[in-house]
Write a protein that binds this ligand. Structure first.
Ligand code: NI
Length: 155
């Protein structure tokens, strides 16, 4: 495994639409392993392919309940509302308030191409939405109702 460079806001790759994964071989497994290692090393809770410069529809998430790998993910159901603070490894030091569904169901393939369904509430639901947006070139700041001021951010 290897730590990959996390692309920062301003780089075009964050604004591009990632392509579906069609090959579930070693390259994909290495990518997913590297993305997880990079996410943990940066103390993040999620990372999308675009953020490591790879325009493929892959996401890793861990909100403290174990690693989730999503390949070609889609939101198939959502309900409720929440409005909470988000940040992003591609926009270090910044935080904003974003409206998201309270609960989200995601259908995705695993690293072997098998279809699986995940249900997330609260932080996990937010994370699903935030990371899936990255695959379509969307950054949470595009949707933020407002960004936090420096004196609102806890050191
Ligand atoms: Ni992000």
């Amino acid at each position: 495994m290897a730590i990959r460079n996390v692309v920062k806001e301003g780089d075009d790759v964050l604004r591009k639409t990632a392509r579906p994964v069609t090959d579930f071989g070693t390259r994909l497994h290495t990518l997913l392993d590297d993305m997880a290692e990079t996410m943990y090393e940066q103390n993040g809770v999620g990372l999308a392919g675009n953020q490591v410069g790879v325009l493929r529809r892959v996401v890793v998430i861990d909100v403290g309940e174990g690693l989730i790998e999503l390949v070609n993910p889609e939101i198939v159901k959502y309900s409720g509302k929440q409005e909470e603070v988000e940040g992003c490894l591609s926009c270090p030091g910044e935080y904003g308030i974003v409206k998201r569904p309270m609960a989200v169901t995601v259908k995705a393939q695993d690293r072997f191409g098998e279809y699986r369904t995940y249900e997330g509430e609260g932080l996990l639901a937010r994370c699903f939405c935030h990371e899936l947006d990255h695959l379509d070139g969307v950054i949470y700041k595009d949707k933020a109702t407002r960004m936090l001021m420096p004196d609102e951010i806890e050191a």
